[in-house]
Design a binder for this molecule. Structure first.
Ligand SMILES: N[C@@H](CCC(=O)N[C@@H](CS)C(=O)NCC(=O)O)C(=O)O
Length: 211
């Protein structure tokens, strides 16, 4: 039985895991969870992931793993295929710092439930919501620019875990009409990644649940 990934086409956290699976060449099945329809809050899904988030990965042995970073670290530790992290500890820490900027400093401020809370609970309009979104993106991408190296990819010649975090955040930013041109290193890295089949296959536009 292949791995099952509980995913939503537009979820950038699920996109991270799709990239890691694709880079490692692992066979997997997408189980769509429609976030806009609230399926992440259904009892059946919450029995799998009580937090009510995608992604969640179900392994062939029936283990469930949640949180994109934990899933990708698990894939790296247990599955064959190209390494997603460098071999040396200092290099691994550098890559995890890049991932941390996306996963801890940008994404939690801008994910669906936060934007819905701003609009639906606090009564802000769409333009205020977009100002909020763009403000935290600008801060986060500015920090990212200082960490991206001059090499082709963050850990050298091939994309890996850092790119699995950065690319979905850029796709998300572009969808919300954020101007990426001041962030040339990030944009260059994004464009190089999108030349890889793994990133194209993992992209929201290639997903079976895309609407
Ligand atoms: N830290 C989590 C974040 C997961 C997350 O925020 N997922 C979003 C989609 S990108 C979600 O499921 N949101 C559901 C909701 O807001 O109701 C991870 O890295 O997996």
């Amino acid at each position: 039985m292949p791995m099952h990934l509980y995913s939503y086409f537009r979820s950038s956290a699920a996109f991270r895991v799709r990239i890691a699976l694709e880079l490692k060449g692992i066979e997997y099945l997408i189980v769509p969870v429609n976030l806009l329809a609230g399926e992440q809050r259904n009892a059946a899904y919450k029995a799998r992931n009580p937090q009510g988030f995608v992604p969640a990965l179900e392994t062939p042995e029936g283990k469930l793993i949640t949180q994109s970073g934990a899933i990708i670290e698990w894939l790296e530790a247990t599955q064959p295929g190209p390494a997603l992290l460098p071999a040396d500890e200092a290099g691994r820490a550098r890559i995890r710092a890049i991932c941390g900027i996306v996963a801890c400093d940008i994404h939690p401020l801008n994910n669906l439930r936060v934007l819905q809370y701003l609009e639906q609970e606090l009564g802000h309009d769409k333009s205020t919501r977009d100002r909020w979104y763009h403000h935290w993106l600008a801060e986060g991408f500015a920090a990212l620019e200082t960490l991206l190296p001059d090499t082709q990819f963050c850990a050298g010649e091939a994309p890996g875990m850092a790119e699995a975090f950065v690319v979905p955040q850029v796709v998300n930013a572009q969808r919300l009409r954020f101007d990426m041109t001041p962030f040339a290193r990030t944009l260059g890295l994004f464009e190089r990644c999108m030349e890889h089949a793994a990133f194209v296959r993992a992209h929201p536009d290639s997903q079976p649940d895309k609407t």
